[in-house]
Design a protein around this ligand. Structure first.
Ligand code: FMN
Length: 188
């Protein structure tokens, strides 16, 4: 398989918490990836400055923002898994997405939008907020790859792994749908 055949999926968890269920679900999605997929997780959400148009200029752009944009630009598809905070997505994730409004790394990029919550609703309001922001960014949200995960705490072990078969199948399905959408954009 040549380097050109490989697919890069850039993933990000919207939670900064050390034992985050969202981060565990992102890791589990990566473990489902087929051999031709390079699955990378962006770990720097908390290094991104609060967005300001005054910092959004080449001469003052923070290095962490440059790195975030670079990782997204080099990806064929992006997987985002968000918790729900006060009926929305966490500010740190919204901030990261605000940083790519002007630069356009998510423009027409296939994106899988996932949310997870310990409640029965699976963070559906955060999911809706994420989808709305992705619409503003003109990302290509892949419907078949999008997922809300309810009762998330019961799906992740205390050690941070996902062993629930149905959740693993849903994550694999999501990742496969995302990779297929990315492949359609970049056929082998
Ligand atoms: C500040 C805050 C606000 C929250 N608001 C909601 C909410 O609106 N809806 C919800 O389902 N859960 C809410 N939760 C619970 C989170 O869904 C829960 O803590 C979840 O485990 C966070 O994801 P993580 O495990 O990936 O950190 C909130 C938690 C915090 C800390």
């Amino acid at each position: 398989m040549s380097a050109a055949d490989r697919m890069k999926i850039q993933a990000v968890s919207g939670s900064l918490r050390a034992n985050s269920t969202n981060s565990a679900l992102v890791r589990a999605a990566g473990e489902c990836a087929d051999a031709e997929v390079d699955f990378a997780v962006f770990e720097g959400l908390d290094t991104l400055r609060h967005y300001s148009p005054e910092l959004d200029r080449a001469d003052v752009l923070p290095a962490s923002v440059l790195e975030w944009r670079k990782q997204l630009a080099s990806a064929d598809g992006v997987l985002i898994c968000t918790p729900e905070y006060a009926f929305g997505m966490p500010g740190s994730l919204k901030n990261a997405l605000d940083w790519v409004v002007s630069s356009g790394e998510l423009w027409r990029k296939p994106v899988a939008a996932l949310s997870a919550s310990p409640s029965a609703l699976g963070g559906e309001k955060a999911h809706a907020a994420l989808l709305l922001t992705l619409t503003a960014l003109e990302a290509q949200t892949v419907e078949e790859a999008s997922l809300t995960i309810a009762f998330s705490r019961s799906k992740v072990t205390p050690e941070g792994s996902v062993e629930d078969e149905a959740t693993l199948a849903a994550l694999k399905n999501s990742l496969d749908a995302l990779v297929s959408a990315a492949r359609l954009k970049n056929p082998i």
